[in-house]
Write a protein that binds this ligand. Structure first.
Ligand code: ZN
Length: 282
């Protein structure tokens, strides 16, 4: 079926307390791995890409073409989302290229500037029927070309979150509740009490970034308490990468396209399938 908006996927998820996986993709085989895994469980899914993936693929339009092609063949709803965009013009190029959802990440800016830039994005996206995700609070770690250390980190304030959603008219809110971008160097302390306080006053779907490596029971607890979208990037990429290494080092390995790339696609699909299953469990 044609690409759908992220809002169409996330509103029922929040209402019915299940989570939807949002996976970073960069190629045809990574997109197929995600969508095939979701289709086998009859769950909706989100393909997302940030600036690095768009550049890697030779431009944002190439990823849009890939996503449309894979979604058209799929039996489940698929949304195409721009992850962590900081530039207004880049967001316009994503809308122009056919993305059905965009994230404006102005969370590094002071509150009022975050509101102003997010409002500008909503004004451009809403008339075109595009979903907007924004972020309030700062996550520790690296994602794409964004790097935040612990001195800059700040968890989302519930009262600010309520005001932010009302002032901007966004469709989904990324919250900082203790997760970290990339793999953890230590056991994260996910602040479920803070999440509950945010979910009490914000009714739109909430988004958990830094989902890679978060303990399963913590992710499920977060989904029970308002998280509708869970971003998975590092673990998905690592599934491909680790498999390339072990495939090539196996005895008797001979190079061919399917013998090298096939197992990695399967490993990526298996990782996506395990996450989709985890997020959909009650
Ligand atoms: Zn993120």
């Amino acid at each position: 079926m044609p690409l759908v908006t992220m809002k169409e996927i996330l509103v029922p998820a929040r209402q019915n307390k299940y989570g939807v996986g949002a996976f970073e993709f960069w190629s045809l085989d990574s997109a197929q791995a995600v969508v095939e895994a979701a289709a086998e469980q009859n769950m909706p899914v989100i393909l997302q890409a940030g600036k690095l993936e768009c550049d890697f693929a030779g431009g944002i339009k190439n990823l849009s073409r890939i996503a449309k092609m894979v979604a058209d063949e799929a039996s489940i709803p698929v949304a195409l989302h721009l992850d962590h965009a900081e530039e207004y013009d880049f967001i316009l190029s994503a809308i122009d290229a056919g993305f059905t959802s965009v994230m404006i990440d102005a969370s590094a800016k002071p509150y009022e500037e975050n509101v102003a830039l997010t409002q500008k994005v909503v004004a451009a996206a809403k008339p075109a029927g595009i979903t907007v995700e924004a972020e309030l609070g700062r996550l520790v770690g690296n994602e794409g070309n964004i790097s935040v250390d612990s001195r800059e980190a700040a968890q989302t304030d519930p009262a600010d979150a309520k005001r932010f959603v009302e002032e901007t008219g966004i469709d989904a809110l990324a919250v900082a509740i203790g997760t970290v971008h990339g793999f953890y160097q230590f056991e994260p302390k996910i602040n479920i009490e803070r999440l509950k306080a945010i979910a009490d006053v914000v009714s739109i779907p909430l988004v958990l970034h830094g989902g890679s490596g978060t303990p399963d029971y913590k992710v499920q607890e977060a989904i029970e308490n308002g998280i509708a979208k869970v971003n998975i990037c590092t673990e998905f990429v690592a599934a491909f990468g680790k498999q390339y290494t072990s495939t090539q080092s196996a005895e008797g390995f001979k190079y061919s396209i399917p013998s090298l790339f096939g197992p990695s696609k399967e490993a990526g699909k298996a990782l996506a399938a395990s996450k989709i299953k985890l997020f959909s469990l009650k």
